[in-house]
Design a protein around this ligand. Structure first.
Ligand SMILES: *Cc1c(COP(=O)(O)O)cnc(C)c1O
Length: 373
């Protein structure tokens, strides 16, 4: 179908930047600083400045950022970290990689983010940290989570992999906790041409240790102070990210406008639409609607040329990799229902008005024909 709407169109973003990106990559080909180097250092400074945080440590993925965060906070075997079951699995991997236990608290109905009341109830003497996610780009309740952390002396780590440029009370998501973790995976709001990630912090000591850990635990070549990793950011990815960072604010504004347009056009459908809570400025990474007939709607949209996706169809406490944690269906009912009902509609800055209208028209057709309750 020639008027089909793709779920995501990465070429639409790259096309107008092609010459600038080739020049930036060319600089790295000229000086051959492929792993870390001046482009990485420059990107770290520019990203830290853009989100107003002291340190940015460039890494090779968001998963690495989360892992390093757990390491520098000294979390390990016997420790518990309270986190959300409704996220990409990498959030939980980080806790498991250091031998600690993910403890899942259920989420809020409207934002799909951790419910602070349930987080506080999940605290035990073994709890060391809260690892929260700004899901779909919408900031969590950072006031409530920050307060719980202060009261119980816990570290707050923010998985901001979907929230580049999101704000809570005017301050950037990722800069509230001890550590913020970003991913620059190709589908994120700020995306490398390959893998990339970063850990940000205002704490000098945590930043210094993260810099050593990403480079085999060394500050002096071939002298290794502790077990480290090869988690370095690549020069080519940093060069690409520097070009794209200049456009992030404009792209996020376009995403916001698209979300508003969807909200207007879909207001009179039975869908639950995404919202922005008070004090929150979403990065609108995804536009996620929900309905009990999600699977039929998804099928209808796909057969009518509208790309869509599920983030995420199975919550983490019910994943096979985590059976040993001992959770059962029904333990986290809000997350489980969200996993059955959420559907992501096409969302990327270059989506046109005509495309948005076509998506909305097709959703309405579904409810007019096969969606009658
Ligand atoms: C993408 C993502 C990650 C993982 O980032 P990678 O760069 O792919 O390793 C972690 N958490 C969330 C919420 C994500 O969306």
């Amino acid at each position: 179908m020639n008027d089909s709407v793709p779920y995501l169109d990465l070429q639409a973003q790259l096309r107008p930047l092609r010459a600038e990106l080739e020049a930036a990559i060319g600089r790295v080909l000229d000086n051959c600083t492929f792993c870390l180097g001046p482009e990485v250092a420059a990107f770290e400074n520019e990203f830290a400045q853009a989100i107003d945080v002291r340190h940015c440590v460039g890494l090779n993925s968001g998963t690495s950022a989360l892992h390093i965060a757990m390491r520098v906070l000294g979390i390990g075997p016997g420790d518990e970290v309270i986190t959300t079951p409704f996220t990409f699995v990498a959030t939980s991997w980080a806790i498991s990689y250091v031998g600690a236990r993910p403890v899942y608290a259920d989420i809020e109905e409207r934002t799909f983010n951790l419910d602070p009341y349930l987080v506080e109830r999940a605290i035990t003497p073994r709890t060391k940290a809260i690892l929260t996610v700004h899901l779909y780009g919408h900031p969590c309740d950072l006031d409530a989570l920050g307060e719980i952390c202060r009261k119980h002396n816990l570290a707050l780590v923010e998985d901001a992999a979907q929230a580049h440029g999101a704000k809570f009370k005017g301050r950037h998501a990722g800069t509230f906790g001890e550590i913020g973790c970003f991913s620059f995976y190709p589908t994120k709001n700020l995306a490398a041409c390959g893998e990339g990630g970063a850990m940000v912090t205002n704490n000098d000591a945590l930043a210094a240790r993260a810099r050593a850990l990403r480079d085999h635990g060394s500050t002096k070549r071939y002298y290794h102070d502790e077990l480290g990793y090869n988690y370095r950011m690549e020069g080519i990815q940093a060069a690409v990210l520097r070009v794209k960072l200049k456009h992030l604010a404009r792209w996020n504004t376009a995403r916001r406008r698209i979300a508003q347009r969807y909200n207007e056009l879909l207001a009179d459908t039975p869908l639950q639409l995404p919202c922005e809570m008070p004090d929150c400025e979403s990065a609108w990474h995804l536009y996620v609607v929900r309905h009990p007939k999600r699977d039929q709607l998804r099928q209808y949209l796909e057969t009518h040329g509208i790309g869509c996706a599920m983030h995420y169809p199975l919550p983490l406490h019910l994943q096979k990799a985590y059976v040993h944690l001992g959770y059962k269906p029904g333990d986290l009912p809000v997350a489980e229902r969200a996993a059955r009902e959420c559907l992501c509609l096409p969302m990327y800055p270059e989506l046109t008005d005509a495309q948005i209208e076509r998506v909305a028209r097709t959703v309405k057709e579904f409810f007019a024909t096969c969606g009658a309750v």
